[in-house]
Design a binder for this molecule. Structure first.
Ligand SMILES: [Zn+2]
Length: 429
């Protein structure tokens, strides 16, 4: 149910305070001293107003691993984090490699209703890397899939990768690659370097990521198609993407909140909450990722929200699952890692967390706060500094690496097309 809302005193994109009148599903008016008799008023003095966030990389786990997350719990977590759209990765059980499965996920998202769910289709059948999935049927389905990824696995066969890039070119799709050369990362556990040696864990070399990214940039250029690079984690990867963009090739990239803020040093305590794919890297890598996001070489922040039940994480490092949750902390982490040091302003945050990921996902109606646009919005209080409390999270899983870490900010309210999904920092319904 939507109504008329008058949001008063918030700062659109961190600029001067203004009032925003939301009528039905759209932004009707933005200005000073607006009046709207009968409207529900929301006093937002001091809050930052951003377009609803868009995540290109979420693992909702449904169908198949509803013990870790469901579409309902994951979209509740997304709303609490300020998201209005998430792209649901294809590595479910069954794999989202047919029109039937992507339509199932898309429908579950519509039923949940707190956040749009845009399914990502698998590139290869069963994520097995041997033949292409039904890319055209998924694109033509009700879910209108435009982003395809075998995420969790790398499309390492160069011929298959070439064919996938060629196939999606016809309908303006994009292949999102999880760049991990499998032979170079066999048994890998942590970033290859001094710490992996000290811990006696198999190292994960930067070149395993960089070699695939370089190859895929060349393939994308060769066939004139669009490549998106998932979770860039090394300084070398940033350099390769910068070079590919300088050529004018259709290459885009994302970075996760955890790779922006955390480093491999955290692995030294052997706590598997810090075990992730790709691994946490060095402080120099994190610095290069922040600089790359700030200068636009890396297009956007994507959470790679990867929920796991306790029994899969609270175990020995070498058998623990890879992955971290991220939807409910992403905006606060970006605030800490980029806004606080002055690398990005709030308009930049809106670009990297809403407008650009929406463009890469081929979605319209996202990324702008303007009259006539859909009223999908987030209101964010930048002033508090509080410890992250996983107990307050809506995700069914608790594997956040930020637990107990003091971070700035708080999502106060989220609107999805005029309807509040979050009010006063809590689910609105
Ligand atoms: Zn991945």
């Amino acid at each position: 149910m939507t109504a008329t809302w008058l949001i008063t005193g918030a700062r659109p994109l961190g600029g001067d305070p203004a009032d925003v009148l939301v009528s039905g599903e759209t932004i009707a008016e933005i200005g000073a001293g607006l009046d709207a008799p009968g409207a529900q008023r929301l006093d937002c003095a001091g809050l930052i107003l951003l377009p609803g966030l868009v995540d290109l990389h979420t693992h909702l786990r449904e169908p198949g691993r509803e013990d870790a997350e469901t579409v309902a719990s994951g979209t509740a977590a997304a709303a609490l984090g300020g998201y209005t759209t998430v792209h649901a990765m294809a590595n479910t059980e069954p794999v989202a490699d047919t029109a039937g499965v992507v339509e199932q996920v898309w429908r579950l998202g519509r039923q949940a209703g707190r956040c749009d769910v845009q399914p990502v289709g698998a590139v290869t059948a069963g994520l097995e890397g041997s033949r292409l999935a039904e890319l055209g049927a998924m694109a033509d389905s009700a879910a209108r899939v435009r982003v395809f990824s075998d995420d969790g696995r790398c499309v390492h066969d160069a011929v298959l990768m070439r064919r996938a890039l060629e196939y999606v070119r016809a309908f303006g799709g994009v292949i999102a690659q999880h760049a991990q050369e499998p032979r170079l990362t066999s048994g890998a556990q942590v970033n290859e370097g001094e710490i992996s040696g000290r811990l006696g864990l198999t190292g994960w070399p930067a070149v395993a990521e960089e070699a695939i990214i370089a190859r895929d940039c060349l393939l994308a250029a060769h066939v004139g198609s669009a490549l998106h690079v998932c979770h860039v984690s090394t300084a070398g990867s940033v350099e390769i993407i910068r070079w590919a963009k300088s050529k004018g090739w259709q290459v885009t990239a994302e970075v996760t909140p955890h790779h922006l803020l955390l480093t491999e040093a955290l692995a030294a305590g052997y706590d598997p909450v810090f075990k992730v794919n790709p691994p946490l890297r060095t402080a120099e890598d994190a610095q290069a990722l922040r600089a790359g996001l700030a200068d636009g070489t890396i297009d956007c922040v994507a959470t790679d929200h990867a929920p796991h039940p306790l029994e899969d994480k609270e175990t020995e490092w070498e058998v623990a699952a890879f992955g971290m949750t991220g939807l409910e902390t992403a905006l606060r982490v970006v605030h800490e890692a980029l806004v606080e040091p002055g690398l990005l302003d709030w308009a930049g945050v809106a670009d990297r967390m809403s407008a650009r990921p929406a463009a890469i996902g081929r979605l319209s109606g996202h990324g702008r706060v303007a009259p006539g646009e859909p009223a999908s919005l987030v209101l964010y209080d930048p002033s508090p500094r509080e410890a992250v409390d996983p107990g307050s999270h809506a995700s069914k899983s608790r594997n956040t690496p930020f637990a107990g870490m003091v971070l700035p900010g708080r999502v106060v309210a989220t609107f999805l097309r005029g309807r509040p999904t979050v009010l006063d920092g809590k689910l609105a319904w």
